[in-house]
Design a protein around this ligand. Structure first.
Ligand code: GLN
Length: 536
């Protein structure tokens, strides 16, 4: 902590959704960390789900899991990848959580007969969370509000932010509004009207943005900046251009740096942290833009057409490419296509990755992909479901247990090599009933995993209901399956490997939640290194 008290930045979005507010918040956090400030970033989501754990990836993208087991919005993944602050379940607040808490208090009689209202009861609850003292202290708290200005659901959050700012000193709080400047081909120009209107909407409820971050496909001219400044009541130097990045999202910290956003924030918050080198981000971008090698890997999944369903997996692959000075082309393969069209499409691949998933759609296709990787000595990385698939494939095709399956896909299989976990069996609900969060794992020496981590004890994040069935440990081990990682507390299998294979590692956890652009996760880094080594 520096000598200053905590300062607050609120990030809102206007005009359209998917503006990349989460990325902007994360990149801003990275810039401020470079200036020696400690940063905590949190997300407020106006939907009524208590957490996104029960939401389909089709609707909401990936569920991002934290060490403490919180199932959170995928923007928290950006926060962790760009900054070093530790996140917990307190960093993601939904309307569902706010209402749940207020209603619990009401039932307990805590409000002493008062009429419970959005203002002040809901807004007070939100204000408490903005500056929660249960969180690690930080110099700067960045709070991103999900959704778009104008959404009915967002109003209590905006009202809480307005009140919060009123109660603080003016140089303790800033509002940053992200907006879009659409390009109209027919007019041949970027339009400012939607931004003007969304700022007007904010001002109607008493919030004047201090900084305007303008997403656009093209650079913004000085005239346009002047116009935005005038109509949105923001100083011209606080009109920030955020053009689409060329190669990767990891260019964003440098792009915002060239717009001097960090200087602006430091000045507005009356701080005096000196400028520092951005070398780690320069290095990341240099390696991304001019890689020496090239490999192609296949990600075989069920939500393949969706950009966000395997977000952290794709990001981790990019990080591993950076670590290996290598560009990684990712072929997204729909597992069901393998069932109908066969494995021809896998022929050009240097590596195969099967990510996590739920439900039985595409399972047989994934089993075919694991078999193909094993038989053709293609490096394989299995994540969670991808590990269970590898076990089923091995049991069926190497150990001769023809009908082996996971009880998730066939409750009556004679060989449930994957079965429901003891603790999960007792739970009847479908929300929040998985084995979640960080657990330890002890690695076997001489395994691929040990070689990757260079450590005997590791900790990784989990999100699953089913697990390896220890009744099959001996039978499968006799046939050559290596149990390379075990949870010491409960003797659960965490990692399987195939020692005769060039590189075959499948893990019950989700390493993708702990990879960063400048420090790739060791398993992903080793996976990509092995694809380079064994490239045909
Ligand atoms: N469906 C599997 C289970 O519940 C795998 C979960 C996952 O891949 N995240 O165990």
């Amino acid at each position: 902590m520096s000598k200053n008290n905590t300062k607050y930045i609120f990030v809102t979005g206007g005009v359209v959704s998917s503006l990349g507010k989460g990325l902007t918040s994360a990149a801003l956090g990275a810039l401020l960390e470079q200036r020696g400030l400690t940063v905590r970033i949190q997300k407020f989501d106006p939907y009524l789900n208590v957490d996104p754990g029960t939401m389909s990836p089709f609707q909401h993208g990936e569920v991002y899991v934290l060490d403490d087991g919180a199932e959170t919005d995928l923007d928290l993944g950006h926060y962790e990848r760009f900054t070093s602050g530790k996140l917990s379940r307190l960093n993601n607040l939904t309307s569902g959580q706010v209402y749940e808490k207020v209603l619990q208090k009401e039932r307990r009689g805590d409000y002493l007969g008062a009429t419970i209202q959005v203002i002040p009861h809901i807004t007070n609850e939100i204000k408490d969370r903005i500056a929660s003292d249960a969180c690690e202290p930080a110099d700067i708290v960045i709070t991103e509000l999900g959704g778009t200005i104008g959404d009915i659901e967002g109003l209590p959050f905006l009202e809480a932010m307005r009140q919060f700012a009123l109660e603080k000193d003016p140089d303790d709080v800033i509002f940053l509004h992200c907006t879009l400047l659409p390009y109209l081909k027919a007019a041949g120009e970027l339009k400012t009207k939607p931004s003007q209107q969304s700022v007007a909407k904010l001002r109607e409820i008493g919030i004047q943005p201090d900084i305007l971050v303008c997403r656009s496909e093209q650079p913004i001219s000085n005239d346009l900046r002047k116009k935005l400044s005038l109509f949105c009541n923001v100083p011209i130097k606080a009109v920030i251009e955020e053009c689409d990045v060329e190669t990767s999202i990891y260019e964003l910290p440098l792009a915002l740096k060239s717009e001097k956003v960090d200087d602006l924030v430091i000045e507005m918050l009356n701080l005096d942290n000196p400028d520092n080198s951005m070398q780690i981000w320069v290095d990341v971008v240099r390696r991304l833009k001019a890689p020496s090698h090239k490999v192609e890997i296949g990600v075989v999944g069920k939500y393949i057409e969706l950009q966000d369903a395997y977000k952290s997996v794709y990001e981790s692959i990019t990080h591993a490419g950076i670590a290996n000075d290598c560009s990684v082309r990712v072929q997204r393969i729909d597992a069901e296509d393998l069932e109908t069209e066969g494995t021809e499409i896998l022929k050009s691949l240097d590596g195969i990755l099967i990510p996590g998933g739920f439900g039985d759609r595409g399972i047989e296709g994934k089993i075919l992909a694991a078999q193909y990787a094993r038989e053709n000595h293609i490096p394989y990385l299995g994540l969670c479901l991808g590990m269970q698939i590898a076990v089923i494939e091995f049991a069926r095709n190497v150990a001769g247990l023809k009908e082996a399956n996971s009880a998730e896909f066939n409750a009556d299989t004679p060989h449930p090599v994957i079965h429901i976990m003891e603790e999960q069996k007792a739970l009847k609900t479908k929300g929040g009933n998985m084995r979640l969060g960080a657990y330890d794992c002890t690695l076997a020496k001489d395994s691929f995993s040990y070689h990757a981590y260079e450590s005997e004890t590791i900790s990784e994040r989990h999100r699953h209901r089913y697990e390896f069935n220890n009744d099959y440990r001996e039978a499968l081990s006799e046939k050559g399956l290596r149990f390379a990682g075990i949870n010491p507390e409960k003797d659960l299998i965490e990692i399987i490997e195939m020692p005769e294979h060039p590189w075959f590692v499948a893990v019950q956890f989700h390493p993708e939640f702990k990879s960063k652009p400048h420090s790739a996760h060791p398993l992903f880094a080793n996976f990509i290194a092995s694809t380079l080594k064994y490239k045909q």
